[in-house]
Design a protein around this ligand. Sequence first.
Ligand SMILES: Nc1nc2c(ncn2[C@@H]2O[C@H](COP(=O)(O)OP(=O)(O)OP(=O)(O)O)[C@@H](O)[C@H]2O)c(=O)[nH]1
Ligand SMILES: [Zn+2]
Length: 387
Amino acid sequence: MGKEHRKKYRVEFRKNRAPRTRDKDLTDRVLNEEEVLDDDLVREERVGGKNELTRRGTVIGEDVSEEGESPLPVVLPARHPDSRLGRVIAVQGLMCLVEDDQGNSYRCVVRRLLKRLATDQRHVVVTGDKVYFYPLPENPSEGVIETVLPRRGSISRESKGKQHVIVSNVDQVLIVSSAAMPRIKPHLIDRMIVAAEKSGVEPVICINKVDLVDRADLMPLVGLYSQLGYRVLLVSALSGFGLSALIRTLKDRVSVLAGQSGVGKSSLLNALDPDLKIPTAPVSEDTEKGRHTTTTARLYRFRFGGYVADTPGIRQFQLWDVEPEEVVNYFRDLRPYVNRCKFPNCLHIQESDCGVKDAVADGWIDERRYESYCHLVLDEEVELEEE
Ligand SMILES: Nc1nc2c(ncn2[C@@H]2O[C@H](COP(=O)(O)OP(=O)(O)OP(=O)(O)O)[C@@H](O)[C@H]2O)c(=O)[nH]1
Ligand SMILES: [Zn+2]
């Protein structure tokens, strides 16, 4: 993708740096308390077919990672007796805001041992992480994060060869576009599908403003994506059409809404849950140089259950550093034909004896999808102007 976008993203990143924390007292208190616990390690053992967390042979908690996920690290920091599961909903400097499953929130610091374990990561804990934490007895609204559970479906950006996670454990990206004003841009949808697939997050295509068009006109597009196995939702924030289906999709999951400006992301969130207080005013730009700041997103809880992750940068959910050879892997309609190409390093653009191009010519692959593929491989910008 073009340098323009990357640059733009970085600027937005800087704008959103978290304020410096004023919670030195809490940090100090916790660090002192930790000395006692640091050498008391917990082992993960397989007990009765499940991964159990044990301290000196006693089962103290069950591994909550789902089947097929990477197992927890073998040695984990000790569990505090009051330890419980929570989800990080925001990271502000050294503080993390953690919510338990009842929706109570705690301001937490990260245990020092945990920080030491993560050597090459700047942020040990990021928004979206599932963690074990314990509240402090002297102030139950404050706590300490002990363990971060394995992540999956993280949205991250890459800079200088390193990956920076903006939000972890995202279940789905809602690719929001509008049926009109601005007109629908299938190439942009394809681009965001690739970004979602690369992140390991399920893309859901959401076409807003269907009140402005005849829905029958959208059917070819809906059919195309449905055939590829993607969920497509037709909605209108204005008329309320399709909003109950959208609520069912968002309920109890962590979602990101992405899409170009003006398609109605804010209007949709407002229509779904007017109590959702997502600030829209741009954060003032910080020009301080030489200090690295990473913005992570923030999770907002829907009143019907589930979260939406948001930060201005995340809405322009873009491709970061997808190599040309990699692109075809994220086009599920092109992928089956690559083994028919003569050249193993075929990019399916100019090469002869190309299985993908043959499939396009024979009508097995939608031409427009193939064009999207070519745009992405050739690093061409998708038309973004308003009509
Ligand atoms: N007709 C119609 N207009 C809508 C609908 N949803 C949003 N709009 C209008 O579209 C415009 C843009 O909506 P926003 O919600 O600000 O769009 P956004 O995607 O959040 O835009 P950014 O904040 O710039 O990313 C507003 O004028 C809305 O009133 C809809 O379902 N139908
Ligand atoms: Zn080929």
